[in-house]
Design a protein around this ligand. Structure first.
Ligand code: FEO
Ligand code: CA
Ligand code: CA
Length: 625
C-alpha cells in the first residue's frame, strides 16, 4: 500500500508536532552530566544490587521459583516455549464470533460486514472473568496494520468499506471460552459474545461529564459519546468489570485542510490535521477535527465494561484522567479506598495514581468509586524517595473537569517527573509493591516532552537517549497506597551486555542469555513471579544483536533473576496476559506479526499474518502461574 507510514505512533506525533529542540537545552545537558556519575557508580558497584538497597531488604516479599527452563532467543517465525510446555492458537483476527459470521477470507481479508461479527485486530490487554459457570475473555483490539488489513488492495487506495472494516477491527471483544478436547475454544453461540467498537454508544461519567469541552453537535449535552479505539492495556475491578484503556487516540483525527491548526491543548496530545493513515474522517465527520474540534476531548480515557451484561452501556471514566493510557492496575487499600495506578505512554509523560473518595464494599454500589476521587502524578527524587503530587484546582489552577480533560497540562503544572514512556503497572500480590515498565525514550536528555517539560537524565530514567528501557518499582510508605510518599528503585535496566560496554549493557541481572529490550506488558502471577512482555526492536542487529524477536520473560522480584520463557513470531509484539480460572492455561497475545511483511504466522505457508491469542499449557497439566 502507498502512503502507509512505517513509523511508530510516537514518531508520527513528533513529525506532525515537533518537540521544541532548544527549550532549556543547556539545563538538560547540565542535568544529564550530573547524573552520569550516579549511574556509572551504580553499575560499577553491581547495578541492581546497589539500587535494590534503596528498599529495606528485610521487608522484601517471599520468593518464587522458576518452574521452567529458560529458552534461547529466536528469529523463527513461530512461537517458542520451554520444553514441557505447549502453545496453541485460540482465536485470530477475523475469526467469526457468531455462527452467522463468515470465515476469514484471505483473498479479501474480510469486509466491514464480516469484521463486525469477527474478532478484532491486534490483540492487546485482556482479562478472564468467571460468570455463572462460564468463562468470559475480554480483550482489547488496539489497532490495525493497514499494509495487512488492506494488503489485498495493492497500490489502490482503500475504499469506504475498507476504511469501515478497519474501524470495526478496533475496540474490545468479549467472547466466551470453553475447554474441549483440543483445549480452549471460542463459543460461537454464546449470548455473552460482543464487539464494542468505535461506534458503540457510551456514557461519559465523572467530572468532565457535561463540560463545555465535551460537547459536540451530535451530543450537545456532553454526556454520551460513540465508541472506544486504540485500547492498549487492560484492568479489572474488584467487582468484576473490565477496564479498557485508550492510548493513541489522537492518530485517528485529521482535517480536510492540511494546514488546519489545532489548539495547544489538543497539540499536547498529538492531535493534528494528519491522521496515522486510517482515513476515518472520510467516513465519519466527527473525526475531522476542523469540523468537530471537541471530539478528541472525548477520547483518551479508561472505559469500564461489564462483560456479564451484554446490553450494558460502557462508561468512560473521566475521573481517571485523559492521557495515552496504558493499563489500569486496581488495588483496594487497607482502608477500603480504590487506588488505581496508570502510565501515560509517550516520551516524557507521567505516571499517575487515582484514589477514590469512597470505600469499596463487596456487593455495594460501586458506581461512584471511579467518579469521585483525586488524581496524582509521581515525582521521583534521586535519593530513592518519591512523592505523589495531587492534581487539584488549588495545585493546578484548573477546574476539576479541566484536570480530567487536560490531565497532561495539570501534571506539567505541578512539576511531575517526565518518564521514559510508562507502560503497564502491576501490583505484587505478596505485598504493597508496584512495578512499571518504562519501555524506552530516545529523547531522554535530548528533547523536552510535547509540553516543553524538560527530560533530564536521572532518577528512574537514568540513561540518555534510552533505547532499551527499564522497570521501576516502588513501595508506598507504611504499606499505605494512599500515602503521600514512596520508596523506589530499579528492578532492571535492559541492555545488551554482549555488544555494549557502557550503561547500555544493562543492570547486573541482564545477561547474554536473557537479554531483551523495551519491556511493555507486565503482570504478576498468583505465585509472585513477574511476567515481562516486550514490544521493542526485533532487528536482531547492531546493539540489538542476540535479542531476536519480541518475547516474554519471568522475573523473580526477590533475587532479580530473569528468565526467558517465550519468543514470538517475526515482527510481532507480545502483549496481553491472563490465566484461566484453574491457572492451568496462560493466555498470551501476539500482536502485529509481520508488520513489515515478513511473517506468515500463525497459519504458515504464504498466508496472511494474523494477530492472535495463544493458550500456553504445561504438558503435565500443572498450573502455569
Ligand atoms: Fe499500546 Fe504503550 O503500548
Ligand atoms: Ca503496550
Ligand atoms: Ca507498545
Amino acid at each position: 500500500m502507498k502512503d502507509i507510514p512505517e513509523i511508530s505512533f510516537d514518531d508520527h506525533d513528533e513529525q506532525v508536532s515537533p518537540r521544541p529542540e532548544e527549550t532549556g537545552f543547556d539545563q538538560v545537558v547540565e542535568a544529564a552530566l550530573s547524573r552520569r556519575g550516579f549511574l556509572g557508580g551504580v553499575l560499577a558497584a553491581g547495578g541492581f544490587a546497589t539500587l535494590g538497597s534503596v528498599l529495606p531488604s528485610g521487608a522484601r516479599a517471599s520468593g518464587a521459583r522458576f518452574p521452567f527452563a529458560p529458552i534461547a532467543s529466536s528469529t523463527a517465525d513461530a512461537v517458542t516455549v520451554p520444553p514441557g510446555y505447549s502453545a496453541r492458537v485460540v482465536v485470530r483476527w477475523g475469526d467469526p464470533l457468531w455462527s452467522e459470521g463468515t470465515a476469514f477470507d484471505p483473498e479479501t481479508r474480510g469486509t466491514a460486514a464480516s469484521q463486525a461479527l469477527a474478532f478484532g485486530d491486534n490483540t492487546d490487554g485482556m482479562e478472564i472473568f468467571s460468570h455463572q459457570g462460564r468463562t468470559l475473555l475480554v480483550v482489547n483490539n488496539e489497532y490495525t496494520n493497514r499494509s495487512i488489513i488492506w494488503g489485498n488492495r495493492g497500490d489502490d487506495a482503500p475504499n469506504a468499506d475498507d476504511i469501515e472494516k478497519g474501524l470495526l477491527a478496533h475496540g474490545v471483544t468479549v467472547v466466551e471460552l470453553a475447554a474441549g478436547d483440543d483445549g480452549w475454544q471460542i463459543v460461537t453461540y454464546s449470548p455473552y459474545n460482543r464487539r464494542i467498537t468505535p461506534q458503540t454508544p457510551m456514557d461519559i461519567t465523572g467530572p468532565a461529564r457535561g463540560h463545555d469541552g465535551m460537547k459536540t453537535a451530535a451530543d450537545p449535552s456532553g454526556t454520551r459519546c460513540l465508541g472506544t479505539w486504540n485500547n492498549c492495556g487492560s484492568g479489572r475491578t474488584p467487582w468484576g468489570t473490565y477496564l479498557a484503556c485508550e492510548e493513541n487516540f489522537n492518530g485517528y483525527f485529521s482535517a480536510e485542510d492540511p494546514d488546519h491548526a489545532v489548539s495547544p491543548a489538543l497539540k499536547r496530545y498529538g492531535v493534528s490535521a494528519k491522521d496515522w493513515g486510517y482515513g476515518w474522517a472520510q467516513i465519519d465527520e466527527r473525526f475531522d477535527v476542523s469540523k468537530s474540534p471537541n471530539e478528541p476531548n472525548r477520547a483518551g480515557y479508561v472505559v469500564e465494561i461489564d462483560p456479564r451484561n451484554p446490553d450494558s452501556t460502557p462508561k468512560k471514566r473521566t475521573a481517571l484522567g485523559r492521557f495515552k493510557h496504558e493499563n489500569a492496575e486496581c488495588v483496594i487499600n487497607t482502608d477500603g479506598r480504590l487506588v488505581i495506578y496508570m502510565g501515560d505512554d509517550e516520551r516524557g509523560e507521567f505516571l499517575y495514581r487515582y484514589i477514590s473518595d469512597g470505600v469499596y464494599a463487596p456487593g455495594a454500589d460501586t458506581d461512584a468509586l471511579m467518579e469521585n476521587g483525586t488524581l496524582y502524578a509521581a515525582k521521583f527524587h534521586d535519593t530513592g524517595a518519591g512523592e505523589w503530587l495531587p492534581l487539584t484546582p488549588e495545585t493546578t489552577g484548573m477546574s476539576k473537569a479541566e484536570i480530567c480533560i487536560h490531565t497532561r497540562l495539570a501534571a506539567s503544572a505541578v512539576g511531575a517527573t517526565t518518564m521514559d514512556r510508562p507502560e503497564w503497572v502491576t501490583a505484587n500480590p505478596n505485598g504493597p509493591e508496584l512495578y512499571c515498565a518504562l519501555t524506552n525514550n530516545k529523547n531522554r536528555g535530548i528533547k523536552p516532552n510535547a509540553g516543553g517539560d524538560l527530560t533530564p537524565v536521572g532518577g528512574p530514567n537514568p540513561r540518555e537517549a534510552n533505547k532499551f528501557g527499564q522497570i521501576v518499582r516502588w513501595r508506598p510508605n507504611g504499606g499505605d497506597h494512599t500515602a503521600d510518599g514512596f520508596a523506589w528503585d530499579l528492578y532492571v535496566l535492559a541492555g545488551n551486555p554482549e555488544k555494549l560496554d557502557d550503561t547500555r549493557r544493562g543492570s547486573e541481572n541482564v545477561t547474554p542469555s536473557n537479554m531483551f529490550n523495551s519491556p511493555d506488558g507486565l503482570a504478576f502471577d498468583s505465585t509472585g513471579l513477574l511476567w515481562i512482555q516486550t514490544d521493542g526492536n526485533y532487528s536482531n542487529a547492531e546493539e540489538f544483536e542476540g535479542q531476536g524477536n519480541n518475547q516474554m520473560l519471568a522475573g523473580d522480584p526477590v533475587t532479580g533473576e530473569i528468565r526467558r520463557f517465550l519468543v514470538g513470531p517475526r515482527e510481532c509484539e507480545v502483549t496481553g496476559l491472563c490465566w484461566s480460572p484453574d491457572r492451568r492455561t496462560m493466555f498470551v497475545g501476539i500482536q502485529h506479526p509481520g508488520e513489515r511483511g515478513n511473517s506468515h504466522w500463525p497459519d504458515g505457508g504464504a498466508s496472511v499474518p494474523r494477530s492472535a491469542i495463544i493458550a500456553v499449557t504445561r504438558d503435565d497439566g500443572a498450573p502455569v502461574g
